[in-house]
Design a protein around this ligand. Structure first.
Ligand code: ADP
Ligand code: MG
Length: 866
């Protein structure tokens, strides 16, 4: 880009106007006063800032005034004040400030509360119109260079730091932003408000978009609608008013090719002084057509043309999600400073050999280029995160997760476990207990499990299978292998209904075998439960089936050899660990509710061996799935009525969202009442989460027996109920369910010989595009793996793993859908590394070991990992 550096006047002092120094007080004031001063305790260093601002304003020529003196006075004892006094002081400060400079509405309100006379502009400025552009407060003289890639200081930083150096450098990165000397408070507040409190955290506030500002264009070449960059000279400026009466600043600029109006709404005082005639500016903004065909840019970013390195021009610049455009110049400046001064200190935790082999750039460069990509970078690619910087960062994130998994897996392997007798004869024997022939896929999975069980190391295996694929029978067979070797086996299910159903099914399969099973439920505290617990503790009962009630202290188990956890993701890892802890290194079999895509399986169960049931038992009929708008509900009912009249049964499911449990329940209850009229002559039953165990039981019993024809339920039936005569599934508010959930629900029908129907009722008015897409996928396919993949694409892994409530972001930057290849590479490398150096003791692996302990343990949701 043209530098035009020669012979220009020295930077004018307009950027140093007193008002701008005072404006620095606005963001912290707003920050501290929001929501009834909720953030006041987090306001740090304010007095110092206040004193500095006043001093600088005076130096810059602010005339003496009572308000200025008032501000100075407040700075004196502020930090020592008790919170209530601090609040009052802030009200006064807002008052002084608003009489000195233009402040946002909210601060004027504060000022009014402080009963300090307000002499601000008469018109109220809204936040959006007011552009108190903090960028112009910057002091560093901007300049334009041909290439503005910061000279990499990484080269001056020791690439092989000693342990002590590493410690110091990690500390530098983890220092609070509040401790950075001379950091502008406005962008700092933007970061802090979002929870980015330290340098390292701030550097992980990844841009959401980029713009190439390396090539200026003649004004005449800019087209309406373009976002363009030009170098122009100020011709003149004038203040005007909008129709609404609000002030407006129009600046006419020109280059040799043409003219352009820059328009600023509600310009703060410093803005008015920003455009002396003859000033050369860099201008970036969207070109629009103004009155009389005059070309204009509204609220453009501008910077004086000057030699040197700028955060905002002459490079590919970042845009962050959240902060307004006018807040970006200052934010970029702060980010650039972090990238230039501190990012180079980041310790590279990836072993050098690995980096070289995978062609990954160093961490310091990666951090810098993620925010300020090198010249020539395609902004779209950067936004897609498919540039070397992100490749490196994604790799690192996935690598450390895999490293943790690899270490865990190795740890499990090395402990002695139980070697069950689980040869082919035994396998045949336990399979014979089940009244049907195993499918090939069931057989294969059971063989894999049996081989593991026969080995003296503990088994940690994941059993995946689509809904209805017959995981229960495989689990049962495995449990019986344990029993036949003289051990107890326990199966933990996520709901009582499901536990009860497993117990019933397995109880039937056990008839005549002489093996006793005990059902441990949470609620029934009567004799039955006492007996069940006693039978388990004494060892009389060999199979335990239950809910998390199994985890209670007083449930004693006798020689627990195998733990099966059904519908795995509903249990926290700690719960699982607790059950496992009731035995001595028992074998563990984890079953997923739905299939999960390979990437997700690798990422979260990568320490488990995997078996997959990829075949449905014979005799399944496809389920016809159809989406109905709310107004078409009659049509859906018509389908259901036909089935009911043919002697079949139906489910009607209502969503149950924790936050509004009461209204949801009311929905289901009134829905049930209504359905008695819709389906006259057919018994309607209701089951929901707030019913007592026995009540639920009774209803389920009658549904199973066919006495109840229509079962209205909240999502409790989601997991695993098995009633083959049911051929209709109606889902109310289907738009509120996740794909995997819908798929689970649909799996409840199509289990008998009759053709089945899944009718999804959606309230389209309230349906997002994403929800529509979900419903479309449901209509299009019944393949669980395909659905899981779509779910991963649409909603990310949190939903799929059922961890959304925890609010945990599973990955910072990796996207399992996009980064599948990187995941495979990272996994291969991590497992190879643990193979070669299990304790991570070699010098080149020590930083990785430190990083795993110090940086990643908490961040990677390691709790997700079995
Ligand atoms: P899920 O994998 O969803 O837990 P289930 O174990 O509940 O599936 O099995 C679904 C239904 O299929 C049950 O009624 C079960 O008895 C039946 N089933 C399982 N395996 C077979 C098989 N090999 N042959 C016939 N029916 C089977
Ligand atoms: Mg199941």
């Amino acid at each position: 880009m043209p530098s035009g550096a020669g012979g220009r006047p020295p930077p004018s002092k307009s950027a140093d106007a007193p008002a701008e120094h005072l404006a620095a007080l606005i963001p912290p004031l707003r920050f501290a006063s929001r929501d009834g001063f909720a953030a006041l305790p987090r306001l740090s260093g304010f007095a110092e800032l206040l004193r500095g601002a006043v001093a600088r304003a005076r130096t810059a020529g602010a005339p003496p005034s009572p308000a200025l003196d008032g501000l100075a006075a407040e700075g004196a004892g502020f930090e020592a004040l008790p919170p209530a006094e601090k609040q009052r002081a802030l009200l006064r400060i807002a008052g002084h400030l608003s009489s000195l400079i233009a402040v946002p509405e909210e601060l004027r309100e504060l000022a009014a509360r402080g009963r300090v006379e307000v002499r601000g502009p008469a018109t109220a400025a809204t936040d959006d119109e007011r552009r108190s552009d903090p960028s112009a407060l910057s002091v560093a003289p901007p300049e334009v260079a041909r290439s503005r890639r910061a000279s990499t200081s990484t080269s001056t930083v020791n690439p092989n730091p000693t342990a002590v150096e590493r410690k110091g450098r990690r500390a530098a990165l983890s220092q609070p932003l509040a401790q950075l000397p001379r950091a502008h408070p406005a962008p700092r507040a933007l970061l802090e408000e979002r929870g980015y409190l330290t340098v390292e955290q701030a550097l992980s506030f990844w841009p959401k978009a980029y713009q190439d500002r390396t090539r200026t264009r003649p004004i005449a070449e800019l087209r309406t609608g373009d976002t363009g960059l030009a170098v122009a000279t100020v011709r003149g400026s004038r203040q005007a008013r909008m129709k609404s009466g609000k002030p407006l600043l129009k600046v006419e600029v020109a280059d040799q090719s043409g003219r352009l109006d820059l328009v600023f709404f509600n310009p703060p005082p410093w803005r008015l002084k920003q455009f002396p005639a003859g000033e050369s500016l860099l201008v970036s903004g969207k070109l629009t057509e103004g009155f009389g065909g005059r070309r204009q840019m509204s609220q453009p970013e501008v910077e004086k043309l000057a030699p040197g390195d700028s955060a905002n021009f002459g490079r590919v610049v970042p845009f962050y999600a959240g902060p307004a455009d006018y807040q970006h110049p200052a934010l970029r400046k702060l980010m650039k400073r972090l990238c230039d001064e501190l990012a180079p200190l980041a310790v590279d935790d990836l072993p050098p050999e690995l980096r070289a082999r995978r062609g990954l750039i160093g961490i310091g460069d990666a951090l810098r280029e993620a925010h300020f990509p090198p010249e020539g970078t395609d902004p779209a690619q950067a936004a897609d995160r498919s540039i070397p910087a992100f490749r490196r960062l994604v790799f690192e994130e996935l690598f450390f997760l895999q490293l943790a998994l690899a270490l865990r897996r190795r740890g499990v392997r090395r402990e002695p476990g139980i070697a069950f007798e689980a040869g082919p004869d035994r396998v045949a024997e336990v399979m014979a207990l089940v009244p049907f022939t195993f499918t090939g896929a069931q057989r294969r999975s059971l063989d894999e499990i049996a081989r593991d069980m026969a080995r003296p190391e503990p088994m940690h295996r994941l059993l995946q299978g689509d809904v209805g694929s017959g995981k229960t029978a495989v689990a049962f067979a495995a449990m019986m292998l344990a029993v036949r070797s003289g051990y107890q086996a326990a199966l933990m299910a996520p709901t009582e209904i499901l536990a009860e159903q497993h117990a019933r099914t397995m109880g039937r399969w056990l008839e005549g075998s002489g093996v006793e099973l005990a059902l441990v439920a949470a609620q029934a505290r009567g004799k039955a439960q006492r007996d069940a617990r006693a039978a388990l503790a004494s060892g009389r009962a060999r199979l335990a089936v239950g809910t998390h009630a199994l985890l209670e202290e007083e449930v004693g188990l006798d020689r627990l050899g195998l733990v099966v956890v059904d519908e795995q993701h509903r249990f926290g890892v700690l719960q699982r660990a607790k059950l496992i802890g009731k035995g001595t290194r028992p074998d563990v079999l984890v079953m997923t509710a739905t299939p999960i895509p390979r990437t997700l399986a690798l990422a979260f169960y990568g320490d488990l061996d995997q078996s997959k049931i990829d075949e449905l038992p014979p005799g399944r009929t496809p389920v016809e799935t159809k989406v109905f708008g709310d107004s078409q509900r009659r049509k859906a009912y018509e389908v259901a009525r036909r089935e009911l009249c043919a002697g079949r049964q139906a489910y009607v499911v209502y969503p149950l969202v924790a936050e509004s449990e009461k209204t949801d329940l009311a929905d289901a209850t009134s829905g049930a009442a209504e359905l008695t009229h819709v389906f006259p002559g057919h018994e309607v039953g209701l089951v929901h989460g707030q019913m007592k165990g026995e009540e639920k039981d009774a209803v389920m019993q009658r549904f199973r027996a066919g006495e109840i024809a229509v079962l209205v339920a909240t999502t409790v039936i989601e997991v695993g109920v098995d009633v083959p005569n049911a051929s209709v599934m109606i889902v109310e508010h289907a738009e509120r369910f996740g794909l995997s959930q819908l798929h689970q629900l649909r799996g409840r029908v199509g289990r008998g010989a009759a053709k089945s129907f899944c009718l999804l009722l959606a309230h389209f008015k309230r349906t997002s595009d994403e929800a529509r897409e979900r419903l479309r996928v449901m209509e299009a396919t019944q393949d669980g793996f395909e659905i899981a993949r779509a779910d991963l694409r649409l909603r990310g892994p949190g939903e799929l793993l059922g961890t959304r409530q925890s609010g945990q972001k599973l990955f910072e930057i990796a996207d399992l859908y996009r980064d599948e290849t990187i995941l495979e590479e990272a996994r291969a490398d991590a497992f190879a590394l643990v193979e070669a150096d299990p304790a991570l003791r070699r010098p080149e692996h020590v930083p990785a070991a430190e990083a795993l302990r110090e940086r990643w343990a908490g961040r990677l949701s390691l709790a997700q990992i079995g």
